[in-house]
Design a protein around this ligand. Sequence first.
Ligand code: GLN
Length: 246
Amino acid sequence: MELRICHLYPDLLNLYGDRGNIIALSRRCEARGIAVAVEECSVGEAVRADSADIFFIGGGQDFEQEVLLADLATGKSEAIRTAIEDERIFLAICGGYQLLGQYYRTWDGIQMDFVGALDLHTVGSQERMIGNYMFETSALSGGSTVVGFENHSGKTYLGEGVEPMGRVLAGYGNNGEDGTEGARYRGVFGTYSHGSLLPKNPELADFILASALKRKYGEDFSGELAPLDDSFERAAHSYMAARLSV
Ligand code: GLN
């Protein structure tokens, strides 16, 4: 079996080591004999909707998001929408997550129209939502507890047909108001959780891998991934979960 991963805007959208998610996905595949090919795609490079099984977009500040608008308009937005409607897997973090939605209005009134693949929008606030946080994913995202780090001023609101990835247990999540965190739509996993999301949440990492393998191989994939020795990952996870539970 083989998975192709496309890292969108690796040079512009990569805060707090978001790239670590690609490393985690790759290592967890390789340890199971699943081949991985990672391709990077940035400004000026065309992306094909069928070029990858998993697309990854990291986070970035308002400035980087604005810089990307012209490039998205050259056909990338359309390719992303096609890939999403084709049930391809997307993992999108913070600024990259906001980018898949309809628009972002910054706190000082700049309106950026985004990809529009998901019915959600983001509105900037003066208060930044920063810190370690924790959420419980719904069954659609594997039903596990996720520990993460968030840093955003945008408040995201979900429209009809988009499910949250989970419910906030500690911290802010989508907007600090309605208790939701992230978004799930078709194969898209959108979340505010930066950096070491997948390294420290191996259950979510495997749920995403299994989703990609199921989509690609159907009945030929048993649905089960061989267990790995996750003792370090679980130790990091439990330590943060305990800290955030008090
Ligand atoms: N521009 C966004 C915000 O501040 C995203 C920030 C990020 O990706 N960390 O809301």
